[in-house]
Design a protein around this ligand. Structure first.
Ligand code: XIL
Length: 372
């Protein structure tokens, strides 16, 4: 309690714009029945233990909803463009670039004093068709280099951390556990080294991260993913590749059971021992396919988040936690193939009511027993 009052004091003293947005959104929220207790902003709770809290943020949230903007400003210290920084969005054709959406999100961050996560440079699902073809035909690294040079310096003032390579691991593709993607096809496994070197040149001040998913559960597949990620990191470190850290996407999934404490702990310990930073980059929860009252479902989501957070926050090098959205209304899980259209895996429901997941995050940051 004393700590909470102290934090509110800090908020009043140093976060005036955020606070007024907070009061505005609190008034808006009075219009709906809200059973979750009023908490302190997640960015402040995280800030109290020197972590940064942020959320994915889309053009849709920016343009269509004042509530989404206000809540993002209140709760978040950083935003991650959900789509707008991906290569296929920025360069839809070989001879044209389109920074409109990325710039709009970046300017929103600049205007309000937020940081932006740079997500993501090389991702097999985000390669424009023309670039895929060009890579295959010419095998020229310059295609990649000019893209990094066009995007990284443009946002150098607000992006501290870039996901340079996204989802490089895939089981069953190759003996070394690397994914066979367009970059592998054109350049071989060294594409990862080159990506980090090129990114270092393009943005010498930025922290450079490798972002990965599928690392949280007890299964042969996820065990192999953890192992192959560690092997990759070890090879990169031995070769002196300029990598600063690892992004853990953390798309939790209740269909897979409960997060595997020992597996996650061991992974983070080994990453830490390699002297790398860690960011939780895309936290959300996919629900089981059926069953349960709303209350039970929300509790299951919150409990899973709390279990996960309690493991990762033991590591001081976990510098930031980003949820893949704030409100279920905008969650990708609702339109992903095979996903529940009513999935409730984010801190706020689709009417922006706080849910137990939000309390679980706050309690984890504040080191308190969860009230859920
Ligand atoms: C997803 C977005 O949320 C979707 O809106 C888009 O259609 C596809 O990309 N891992 C990642 C993210 O690294 O970039 C993905 O985001 C989700 C999985």
């Amino acid at each position: 309690m004393r700590r909470r009052r102290f934090l509110q004091g800090i908020a009043a003293a140093t976060f005036q714009p955020a606070l007024s947005a907070c009061m505005r959104s609190a008034r808006e929220e009075e219009q709906v029945e809200d059973e979750e207790p009023e908490g302190i902003a997640l960015q402040l709770a995280a800030g109290s233990i020197n972590r940064m809290y942020g959320s994915a943020f889309s053009e849709k949230m920016l343009n269509a909803s004042s509530r989404a903007r206000a809540m993002t400003l209140t709760q978040c210290a950083s935003i991650t463009p959900e789509w707008s920084l991906k290569w296929d969005r920025l360069a839809p054709s070989a001879n044209s670039t389109d920074f409109t959406a990325a710039d709009a999100i970046a300017n929103f961050a600049r205007t309000h004093g937020k940081r932006m996560r740079g997500h993501t440079l090389l991702w097999h699902q985000g390669v424009p068709t023309w670039a895929g073809e060009q890579l295959q035909n010419t095998r020229e690294w310059d295609v990649v280099r000019s893209y990094f040079n066009a995007v990284m310096p443009r946002y150098g003032d607000i992006v501290d951390e870039w996901d340079v390579v996204n989802e490089a691991i895939e089981i069953g593709h190759r003996p070394d556990g690397l994914r066979h993607n367009q970059f592998m096809e054109a350049f071989g496994p060294e594409y990862i080294d080159w990506a980090f070197w090129t990114a270092r040149d393009a943005a010498p001040q930025a922290r450079l991260y490798l972002n990965e998913y599928g690392l949280e559960y007890f299964s042969a597949e996820e065990g192999a993913r953890r192992l192959n990620l560690l092997r990759l990191l070890e090879r990169l470190k031995i070769r002196g590749v300029p990598i600063d850290g690892v992004g853990l996407q953390a798309h939790l999934d209740l269909r897979k059971g409960k997060v595997y404490r020992e597996g996650i702990y061991g992974l983070l310990r080994d990453i830490t021992n390699m002297d790398l930073g860690i960011s939780v980059t895309e936290l959300d929860v996919r629900e089981a396919d059926s069953g349960g009252s709303l209350e039970a479902r929300d509790r299951a989501v919150a409990d899973e988040v709390r279990r996960y957070m309690d493991i990762v926050l033991q590591f001081p090098n976990v510098g930031s936690v980003t949820t893949w959205g704030l409100s279920d209304r905008y969650s990708w899980l609702r339109y992903k193939d095979g996903g529940r259209r009513d999935n409730r895996g984010l801190p706020y429901d689709d009417q922006w009511r706080r849910k137990p997941m939000r309390s679980a995050l706050e309690a984890a940051f504040l080191g308190q027993q969860s009230t859920t």
